[in-house]
Design a binder for this molecule. Sequence first.
Ligand code: 5AD
Ligand code: SF4
Length: 460
Amino acid sequence: MEKLTYTHDAASAAVIARFYPDAPPLAYVHSFGCQQNVNDGEKIRGVLMDVGFGLCENVEQADLILFNTCAVREHAEQRVFGNVGALKKLKEQNPRLVIGVCGCMAQQAHIVDKLRKSYPYVDLVFGVDGIDRLPAMLAQRFTRGKRYLEDPRTRNAVVEDLPIRRDSGFRAWLPIMYGCDNFCTYCIVPYVRGRERSREPEDILAEFRDLVAHGYKEITLLGQNVNSYGKGLSQPIDFADLLQRLCQVEGDYQIRFMTSHPKDASRKLIDVIAAQPHLCRHIHLPVQSGSDRLLKAMNRHYTIEQYKDLIDYARQKIPGVTFSSDIIVGFPGETEEDFAATLRLVEEVGYMQLFTFIYSPREGTPAAKLPDPTPRAEKTARMERLLATQERVSYAAIAAMAGQTVRVLVEGAGRLPGTLNGRLDNNLVVEFAAPDSLVGQYARVRLTGSRAALLLGELA
Ligand code: 5AD
Ligand code: SF4
């Protein structure tokens, strides 16, 4: 694996400045999909600012519009095509407008082809490994006066020192690894994000220290499978070791992480969560299905028994720990019996939160070739049953929390005027009356009740 370091590209910055002689250009950057993508979007903004762009919040003001895309489900891709299509008019009014599509969708040859042929007003296309080269791509676009569409490529590298413009002053994303080697049969991620590569612990630690020093209260470590952190590094280190090293940093902060693959989440990791007060007592542990038969077909490498053992172990070691999960409904060949096993698991574990998805075939993945006789209407009906089960289980658990006093990180305005939302350690949200000045701070809140998944409370 190669480690690259970003350096300011003065030559490209000069070309960009010449293209916009009157005023500094404005960029509109929108990221779809996961937190990794959101973090990439923050780096894209950072890089653009490094070469003279300002930022804007709506497309009408923008000189450059960039969609940082997600490929994980078809719906996400359709939304991007819809958004891009809507820009045609804007481009006709302003031929100097630069429209770009980047990220996971642009890692697929058939998507790049479609953009090339059917969206002639898209000027710039590049994949997930192009952020550091964005100034050079823009410069090339301006000097040659031609579209710059890059064919999908992956570079087995980690780029350090990218400038970043973070969305929040108190919650930060911190990627610890990139890519995925698991090849779950439904998933496009290993094909678009490339092979697993971990950042050096020293680089992670330096960024982490910097965040804490700047007052960040919550730092979320990111990776497609954080539990395989460390593979391929010259020094022996695993994810639990990394967490322990980070927790040595002094300060007033909490750490979250995502995503944990159940096959790699170790008891050592659970022990570290139990021992380190900086770590939130909440584990996102995507199970995908409650059926061993389907887990095998998904290439997940664990059984429900192993999964439940891990949950039991965590419950023993970490008082008050809560879990959330991702579940796919309607994987090819899912029977009523398989689905019933998923419902049973949801009841047994008692997840605080579920992220549920109807299976979406992704071109190039093994599952897309499997026969899938279940009608769409049946899949939708299963989804509704799953949501009803989840609501029953989690709403009861949430309502039972009334009376507790908890620490929350105050995130922003609540739904009602004069209220704020705070997030508990376990990722639930509580609404309570408080002054705006508390945003970005920790507060103690007494829980008084709940409405569906939302907790209600008052400042303690
Ligand atoms: N169809 C539906 N859901 C998917 N996910 C990943 N690939 C697909 C797909 N092809 C879900 C998984 C994963 C989450 C991020 O997205 O549940 O954990
Ligand atoms: Fe996709 Fe599986 Fe990798 Fe997660 S672990 S990104 S679901 S292949």
